[in-house]
Design a protein around this ligand. Structure first.
Ligand code: URA
Length: 219
């Protein structure tokens, strides 16, 4: 795992398309039937120059009402564990695979992901983060182009063209499972270690005696 490439993603930032332009193109999107039941499109929020981009599944009830990702209980959990990675909400960008809430929070359908994912792809290209954190299976499957489950993929970093990808449990799922919450927190500490060892200027701080605890980036 971890050596697959998105064609075209293993090169320099391709072109400048702003998040506003992408949002404009999306307009009052009706590319899939979810427009019929949504309250608001949940496009994404955060720092357009974020080093770390988080990708969730789809808006829930609170997100649908407010038009912002991760503002409900899952968002509270995410906010509280960000500090474990030395991050604040304003440092990061967050978007979902689906921009509209599936009724009753059911799982995204393949045709919905197909219709909606070009927007996420463009958001990733616009932000061009160093690291993409995928929260849960749908986001992980979309970004890593695999069907392997999150429990097998989490706990390490995967190289995907330009991007380092860290799959981990969804913060909503972790709220229902204390063992997953512990592993989620462990992954966020691993992310913090990675960020500390890879400063923005591109240099790499060598592993220390504690290297066993440091993340492996799979090539
Ligand atoms: N769960 C998600 O995957 N995304 C949100 O925005 C909220 C909950």
């Amino acid at each position: 795992m971890g050596v697959m490439h998105i064609p075209g993603h293993d090169r320099q930032k391709p072109r400048e398309v702003s998040l506003d332009e992408i949002r404009d193109v999306m307009g009052d999107c009706r590319l899939c039937p979810l427009y019929e039941t949504r309250t608001k499109i949940v496009f994404g929020v955060g720092n357009p120059q974020a080093r770390v981009m988080f990708v969730g599944e789809a808006p829930g009830r609170n997100e649908d009402l407010q038009g912002e990702p991760f503002v409900g209980r899952a968002g509270e959990n995410l906010n509280s564990i960000l500090a474990l990675a030395g991050l604040k909400r304003e440092d990061i960008y967050i978007a979902n695979v689906l921009k509209c809430r599936p009724p009753g929070n059911r799982n995204p359908r393949p045709e919905e992901v197909l219709a909606c994912s070009p927007f996420l792809r463009e958001q990733i290209r616009s932000i061009w983060p160093d690291i993409i954190v995928t929260l849960g299976n749908p986001a992980t499957h979309f970004v890593l182009k695999t069907e392997i489950g999150i429990t097998k993929l989490r706990g390490r970093f995967h190289q995907m063209g330009h991007f380092v990808v860290m799959p981990t449990f969804h913060p909503a799922a972790a709220l229902r499972n204390p063992a997953w919450q512990e592993l989620l927190e462990q992954d966020f500490r691993m992310l913090g270690d990675y960020l500390a060892r890879h400063p923005k200027d591109g240099s790499v701080i060598p592993a220390t005696a504690h290297s066993d605890a440091l993340p492996r980036v799979e090539e």
